[in-house]
Design a protein around this ligand. Structure first.
Ligand code: FAD
Length: 310
C-alpha cells in the first residue's frame, strides 16, 4: 500500500505491485494500517513506533546440544536471553537494541550483538567454549515497539500495543505481542466502530481469548532424541509441496522463510542447492538464467543479513 486518502464514500487506496510493476487503485470502506515497524509511514500522525532489533545466532547442535528452552540472564545487563533447540540446531537470542537503519533494508546481526550473545552462552554454559567459528548463521528482526518518548533503555519499553486514528481517518495498529493478537484485533474492531463499547468489554472478559495452551510432551525427558536437520529426501518432499502451494517468488523466500535451510545449514545451505535447483526449474519454470539471477540475489542476502559479520 503506497497511499490512502479519505473520500466521501470511504477511502481511496493506491497499491504498488512490486513484483510485476505498476500501481492499482481501489476504494475501501475501511482501511487498517497493520504494518508493524512500517506503521508510521502510513498513519498520518506523529511517529509512534520505536523500531528495536532482535538478533539471533544459530549454533550446531553437535557443539551445543540443548533439549529444552533455557532462559539465562545476561551478565552485562541482566536481560533474559533464550537458548533453545531449533530445527536440529541451537538458537541463542535475542538482543534488544534501537534499530537506526531504514526499516526497508533487511536487518542483520551486528558484530557487537554476536559478542553479546556468545558472552551470555559462555558465561552460563562455560564448558561449551563457543567461538564465532561455531556460528552457522545469524538472523535479525525488527520489533515494532510503541515508544514512550522517554528515551528509556530499549528493553524497558512496554510491549503493549496501540491503536490510533490519523488525520487521514486510517486506523493504525502496532506494537503488542504475537500472543495478544486476539485482544489487539478487538481494539481495532472497536476503533473502526464495528463493535460497541459493550461488545468490547464482553469480549475482553471472555477468558478463552486469553487462554493459550501450549502442551509440552515431556519437558524433562533429556534422553529424547534432538530434532534433526531434515535429510535431503525429506527436504525434497517439503520443497516440492512448498513450491506448489506457498507462492514462492524468490530463492530467498524458499531457503529463509519456508524451509529455513539458509539458517539451519552452513553457508546458507549451499550443500542442498543442487537438490533445490531442479525443483525450482520444474515447479516455478525457472530457466538457467533465472536460476543464476536468483542465486546471485540469494548469496547477496545471505552475506548481508544472515552471516557472521567481520
Ligand atoms: C526479534 C523479535 C522477537 C520477538 N519476540 C516475540 C515474543 O517472544 N513473543 C511475542 O508474542 N512476540 C514477539 N515478537 C513480536 C512479534 O513478532 C510482533 O509483535 C509481530 O510480528 C508484529 O506483528 P504485526 O502484524 O504488527 O507486524 P509484522 O509481523 O511486521 O507485519 C507487518 C506486515 O506489513 C507489511 N507491510 C509493511 N508496509 C506495508 C505497506 N506499505 N503495504 C503493505 N504491506 C506492508 C510487512 O511486509 C509485514 O508483512 C518478536 C519480534 C521480533 C522482531
Amino acid at each position: 500500500m503506497n497511499a490512502v486518502t479519505k473520500t466521501s464514500q470511504g477511502f481511496a487506496v493506491t497499491v504498488e505491485d512490486t513484483l510485476a510493476g505498476g500501481t492499482v487503485e481501489f476504494s475501501a470502506k475501511q482501511v487498517v494500517n497493520a504494518t508493524g515497524a512500517w506503521a508510521d509511514l502510513l498513519s498520518a500522525t506523529n511517529a509512534k513506533v520505536r523500531p528495536q532489533r532482535g538478533s539471533h545466532i544459530f549454533i550446531s547442535a553437535s557443539r551445543l546440544p540443548i533439549h529444552d528452552c533455557l532462559t539465562v540472564m545476561h551478565p552485562d545487563d541482566d536481560r533474559p536471553v533464550f537458548i533453545y533447540p531449533w530445527k536440529g540446531q541451537t538458537c541463542i537470542g535475542t538482543t534488544d537494541l534501537d534499530h537506526r537503519e531504514s526499516v526497508n533494508v533487511e536487518p542483520h546481526c551486528t558484530s557487537a550483538e554476536i559478542d553479546y550473545l556468545l558472552k551470555v552462552a559462555n558465561k552460563q554454559l562455560p564448558s561449551a567454549s563457543l567461538t564465532r567459528a561455531d556460528i552457522i548463521s545469524t538472523m535479525a528482526g525488527v520489533r515494532p515497539i510503541i515508544g514512550s518518548g522517554t528515551g528509556n533503555d530499549p528493553s524497558k519499553e512496554r510491549r503493549d500495543h496501540l491503536v490510533w486514528t490519523g488525520s487521514n481517518g486510517v486506523v493504525s495498529v502496532s506494537g503488542g505481542k504475537l500472543t495478544t493478537f486476539r485482544l489487539i484485533a478487538l481494539d481495532v474492531l472497536h476503533a473502526l466502530g464495528t463493535i460497541s463499547d459493550k461488545q468490547l468489554k464482553e469480549a475482553q472478559n471472555n477468558r478463552k481469548l486469553r487462554c493459550f495452551n501450549h502442551r509440552v510432551e515431556d519437558p524433562c525427558n533429556l534422553s529424547a532424541p534432538l530434532a534433526q536437520v531434515p535429510s535431503n529426501d525429506d527436504l525434497k518432499t517439503q520443497v516440492e509441496w512448498i513450491l506448489q502451494n506457498e507462492m514462492v517468488q524468490h530463492l530467498d523466500d524458499l531457503m529463509l522463510r519456508r524451509v529455513r535451510a539458509g539458517n539451519m545449514l552452513p553457508e546458507g545451505g549451499a550443500s542442498v542447492l543442487d537438490v533445490i535447483k531442479p525443483l525450482c526449474m520444474q515447479y516455478l519454470v525457472w530457466d538457467e538464467s533465472r536460476w543464476q539471477q536468483e542465486l546471485a540475489r540469494y548469496h547477496q542476502v545471505i552475506a548481508s543479513s544472515y552471516s557472521v559479520p567481520a
